[in-house]
Design a binder for this molecule. Structure first.
Ligand code: ARG
Ligand code: ZN
Length: 488
């Protein structure tokens, strides 16, 4: 799904006026990437996906995954060939009902050559039939399908889709999803959106439907043994939570945290605006990873997140991503601060709510915690580089940046900016530069120096810049009882 640009309509009208036949436009292959500087092969050119219908069958004992993904798309150029991003073994490809030839090439590219050239603007239905053992398929020594003792999980950023469905794997091409998986009775399936099940002898089919635009990396699939709970928030939002029965010592803390999903979603809605999706939830599979991921409306948590007891902070972080990351998504992966800086700041707001430190105190703490010589300050959160995309600075210096903004524009304007940003780009994509322009527009102040200082400059900014890292005597000048941390 891509928002149509006025300029392309104008160009079309111009072409009509000059009576240039559509076929005169150069037909050719779609590009092997969307042009993201961090990941040249992420996504593809030449088409725009509106829907994925993923229909699979899985055998947990052997890791055999087979089935069909149907991709509904529209050509954005005359296409002789196009790519999907996929790593599993393909058996057959149909394009608009006709057999298409296909080849797998470098990186994760499935190159598809349809029997006929597809005209710009026309619909494309791609059916890909496949079967493989995804846990054994590696790229660069790595499989994004994580085997568990009773199944497997796909949840990873910036990619995991290629290990379970073929896609245009870049956040700029969002789509709606149907995911339907047949598994042996006693095995559960977790994916995004609303859930229905049906039975046949010996097998259960789980159907999940995501009706809101979803980036490919935010689609998740988990298969295995789960205790599933279904509930509804007081506001009527369906909540699905699921836990591996084998979480061991982490089981209680995991439930004590993730069962607060509905309550925390309601709390965040008071700060960021209405929750953007139709369902909310979280699941904790039995995996040895340590991260969590904001998979849309159905958050992935590693058991390790709960190793030291309950962790509502991580739940707040991943829920905040539903606004900042999932609804408003990066335009390029270099815009990752728009996700991680905001989600970290949400944790700081929760910390204040729980009387565990204000955002101002936390900003000052992290400013001091990392000496000016620390490698922490060598990462620019506004353009960290692909290999530093999830460096601590993107999160902590990223959240300090928001506190610096808050100190500069004042509380009322700051929260108006946060809420307005989520509304302005709901279900879309945006850049850091657009955020700066938006904050300037709402506050009526030039903010170039602030953003350059905190997001785009290597090294620790001078103490006191935008009210951050002020030495203790000045900090003591905070009005008694001032808990919001705002400084003039
Ligand atoms: N967006 C995720 C989070 O901060 C980060 C996942 C990073 N992936 C990783 N393997 N560390 O919640
Ligand atoms: Zn995050």
């Amino acid at each position: 799904m891509r928002k149509r640009l006025i300029v392309s309509a104008a160009a079309g009208a111009l072409a009509l006026l000059l009576s240039v036949p559509a076929s005169a436009a150069q037909a050719g292959p779609g590009a092997a990437g969307v042009g993201d500087p961090y990941y040249p092969f992420a996504g593809n050119g030449g088409y725009d996906v509106s829907h994925y219908d993923i229909r699979l069958k899985y055998q947990p004992a052997t890791d055999e995954l087979e089935g069909t993904t149907t991709v509904l798309a529209t050509a954005t150029q005359d296409l002789t060939r196009f790519n999907l991003d996929f790593v599993l073994q393909v058996k057959e490809v149909l394009v608009n009902g006709r057999a298409a030839s296909f080849a797998t090439s470098r990186e994760q590219e499935l190159e598809i050559t349809p029997a006929r050239t597809i005209a710009k603007g026309s619909p494309i239905t791609v059916v890909v039939r496949y079967a493989d053992k995804p846990g054994q398929v590696q790229r660069g020594g790595y499989s994004a399908w994580r085997r568990t003792p009773d199944g497997g999980v796909a949840a990873q950023e910036p990619e995991s889709a290629a290990w379970w469905y073929p896609s245009n794997d870049h956040p700029t091409d969002k789509a709606t999803f149907d995911v339907s998986v047949l598994v042996p009775n006693g095995t559960e399936v977790i994916s995004n959106g609303t859930r229905t099940t049906s039975q046949r002898p010996g097998w259960t089919r789980y159907n999940y439907r995501q009706t809101k635009p979803q980036a490919t990396y935010l689609a998740t699939l988990a298969i295995g043994k789960f205790d599933v709970r279904q509930d509804t928030t007081p506001g009527g939002l369906p909540v699905i939570t699921a836990y591996s029965p084998d979480l061991g010592v982490n089981a209680g803390a995991a439930r004590a945290s993730v069962e607060r999903t509905g309550e925390l979603t309601d709390w965040l809605s008071t700060v960021f605006g209405a929750y953007p999706f139709d369902t909310v939830g979280g699941y904790v599979p039995n995996v040895p990873t340590s991260y969590a991921l904001e998979t849309q409306g159905q958050i992935f948590y590693s058991p390790a997140q709960f190793a030291r007891g309950s962790n509502t902070s991580v739940v707040v972080h991943e829920l905040a991503h539903q606004w900042y990351g999932d609804s408003v998504s990066v335009q390029r992966w270099s815009d990752i601060w728009l996700n991680e800086g905001f989600a970290r700041y949400a944790q700081w707001l929760w910390s204040e709510h729980e009387n565990e430190g204000t955002p101002q105190e936390l900003a000052d703490f992290f400013y001091d915690y990392y000496p000016a010589t620390d490698a922490f300050w060598s990462v620019k959160p506004g353009d960290p580089g692909a290999d530093q995309q999830f460096a601590g600075a993107v999160y902590d210096r990223g959240a300090i940046t928001l506190q610096a903004l808050r100190n500069t524009v004042g509380d009322a304007t700051f929260f108006k900016i946060l809420k307005g940003w989520a509304a302005e780009h709901k279900f879309g994509n945006a850049t850091v530069q657009q955020f700066q322009a938006y904050a300037e527009q709402i506050s009526g102040r030039p903010l170039g120096t602030l953003f350059t200082t905190w997001l785009f400059t290597v090294g620790r900014p001078a103490a006191g810049s935008d009210g951050i890292g002020v030495p203790a005597p000045a900090a003591a000048g905070l009005a008694p009882g001032a808990t919001t941390g705002t400084r003039p």
